[in-house]
Design a protein around this ligand. Structure first.
Ligand SMILES: [Zn+2]
Length: 242
């Protein structure tokens, strides 16, 4: 968990300094980031193309059934498009399957691969990486009838050459990272989450949230208001990258 916090903190600092320097988003190259990001491959997706008029809201893990379920209520009621990065060790995904399936069928919700057990993939062998991704792929295919390739989100955002190659060899050629977080992989207060939403819910971002804590479920109306006020449409990763 500390690793995820570090990365989130780093992303926050890096992006704020880029903004302060009035650097355009498109000039904000991976190469210019500090050493912590050296493992990010150029093939990784971490933002949308400029001037998209959109935000890709992504939601990971699914530790809390209640939160996953309330996300589905919100998606149904608001019409937003969203990508879930599914971790299959959590039973939430099977429990919500009947309600989630129509949203997956229509394309309003995309299901991406977030492994079976949420390990740091950089600590695993190529075979173990493929087993983690392959198991999640089979789960999504067997229970929802859809293909999750080529998109996967490495737990904690950690990638190295072994992971990238092992994943690509089984069709997962597009790691999806992010450039803005709701900060809710672990407990967070409502004001703190709202503050992050105000900062990061802007055009062209891939936003990361988590279906782990109840906090976000109390804030859907406010989050929707932010999107509406900023005239942001919501897109899935597939909507933009095919
Ligand atoms: Zn995760």
């Amino acid at each position: 968990m500390a690793l995820e916090l570090n990365r989130r903190g780093f992303l926050t600092a890096a992006t704020l300094s880029a903004t302060a320097a009035a650097t355009t988003a498109s000039a904000f190259a991976i190469e210019s980031l500090p050493a912590q990001a050296a493992g990010w491959p150029k093939s990784a997706l971490w933002r949308l193309p400029p001037h998209s008029g959109a935000i890709a809201w992504t939601v990971d893990d699914g530790k809390s059934y209640d939160t996953v379920s309330k996300y589905i209520d919100f998606i149904e009621q608001s019409g937003i498009r969203l990508t879930f990065f599914v971790t299959t060790k959590y039973s939430s995904w099977l429990k919500v399957q009947p309600r989630l399936q129509p949203l997956v069928n229509s394309g309003q919700v995309q299901l991406g691969n977030h492994t079976m057990n949420h390990p740091n993939l950089t600590k695993l062998s190529a075979a173990q990486v493929q087993s983690e991704l392959g198991g999640c792929q089979k789960f999504i295919h067997d229970h929802f009838g859809v293909e999750s390739r080529p998109y996967f989100r490495p737990p904690y955002g950690y990638l190295n050459e072994t992971v990238i190659k092992a994943a690509a060899d089984i069709g997962y050629s597009k790691p999806v990272l992010w450039l803005g977080s709701l900060g809710d992989s672990t407990p967070i207060s409502e004001p703190a989450l709202l503050k992050l939403a105000n900062t990061w819910m802007t055009e062209d971002r891939i936003l990361i949230g988590h279906a782990n804590q109840p906090t976000v479920t109390h804030l859907y109306a406010q989050l929707l208001k932010i999107l509406q006020k900023r005239h942001l449409k919501t897109v899935t990763i597939k909507d933009v990258f095919g």
